[in-house]
Design a protein around this ligand. Structure first.
Ligand SMILES: NC(=O)c1ccc[n+]([C@@H]2O[C@H](COP(=O)([O-])OP(=O)(O)OC[C@H]3O[C@@H](n4cnc5c(N)ncnc54)[C@H](OP(=O)(O)O)[C@@H]3O)[C@@H](O)[C@H]2O)c1
Length: 296
């Protein structure tokens, strides 16, 4: 009998892409997939393809255990609950425990690059703690440390292009931005594999670039010059507040720049190609694909 592959957070952007990759692979049937989400009605199109869609939230441990019944390999997609201290780690621990109690044999988890104590990213302890909980569970695992999405850049670039200025405290630190679709493909391959080796992959784009280098790539793609303005963490924080960003988001964004400056995002691996057989797309290619969204 084929192994049952379970995807949590299945109605999120990454979750859907993983489902799409599994279904497109040809080696996984819809009936081999269990999709767990808080919003089952959002996944009707996948139910039509034979995927078993089950309700489940990491906030409800008992429901979750039932939702994980019969799953062999469980992909735990990290949640977006980053506002309340401690909540996200608690959610992820519930998911690890539910997978174990339900009899799963292998856990996969979406973490972040270099989540160790050296990380400046405010939510790095959530990922560090979850990785530890998975190791402590005694199940075999695949930890997928996802690079920073290129899509994150799309959130701020239209404004950056409009003002012509990019304020950063990242200095000459580099980040290996990665397309979400490439990450999803690598995760789908890892989920559908029959490997029970415990491994950690860091899924990155093909290059790590400084903010000045990224700005130059954006200028080349759009024809709009961007001046990179190097500021301190405090100045960045004040500027983001003045620009009207919500209070809790400001320290988070500053922590990303500080982490970049410290070199903790300066990691490039071949792990996406190792898992999928295809090299991940470059930032140049990603921007060409998404030029319309930049307003260029
Ligand atoms: N590497 C990066 O640059 C980056 C950027 C943004 C986010 N992330 C992380 O990667 C994850 C997936 O990214 P995405 O782009 O797909 O984000 P997204 O579209 O915002 O999706 C949020 C995800 O969180 C899940 N979730 C929220 N509360 C939950 C709960 N109580 N129980 C179970 N699942 C819950 C959602 O599942 P359902 O709605 O289906 O229940 C959904 O999969 C995010 O949740 C976040 O942890 C990484």
């Amino acid at each position: 009998m084929a192994e049952k592959l379970l995807v949590t957070g299945a109605s999120g952007q990454l979750g859907r892409l993983v489902l799409d990759e599994l279904l497109a692979s040809g080696s996984v049937k819809g009936s081999d997939i269990i999709a767990v989400t808080r919003y089952p009605s959002n996944l009707a199109e996948y139910a039509d393809k034979g995927v078993e869609v089950r309700p489940g939230s990491f906030d409800e441990a008992l429901v979750l255990e039932a939702a994980f019944t019969d799953a062999n390999r469980v992909l735990i997609i990290s949640t977006d609950s980053i506002g309340e201290p401690g909540k996200r780690l608690e959610q992820h621990k519930n998911a690890v425990e539910a997978a174990k109690n339900a009899g799963a044999s292998h856990i996969l988890y979406t973490s972040m690059p270099n989540p160790g104590p050296e990380s400046k990213v405010l939510f790095a302890p959530d990922h560090r703690g979850t990785e530890q909980a998975i190791k402590d569970s005694g199940l075999s695992y695949t930890i997928l440390r996802n690079g920073w999405y290129m899509e994150n850049l799309m959130g701020s670039l239209p404004q950056t292009l409009a003002s012509g200025k990019w304020y950063t405290s990242a200095g000459d630190g580099k980040n290996s931005y990665t397309a979400r679709a490439d990450i999803a493909k690598a995760i789908a391959h890892a989920l559908a594999s029959d490997s029970t080796d415990s491994k950690i992959y860091t899924l990155t784009g093909p290059q790590a670039l400084t903010t000045d280098e990224i700005a130059a790539v954006v200028t080349e793609a759009t024809g709009t010059h961007i001046e990179v303005v190097h500021v301190s963490d405090d100045q960045l924080s004040e500027g983001l507040k003045a620009a009207g960003l919500p209070e809790p988001v400001v320290p988070l964004l500053v922590s990303f720049d500080a982490n970049t400056r410290d070199g903790n995002f300066d990691v490039v691996t071949n792990d996406i190609e190792t898992l999928t057989g295809n090299a991940p797309r470059s930032l140049q290619n990603f921007l060409a694909e998404n030029k319309a969204a930049l307003g260029g």
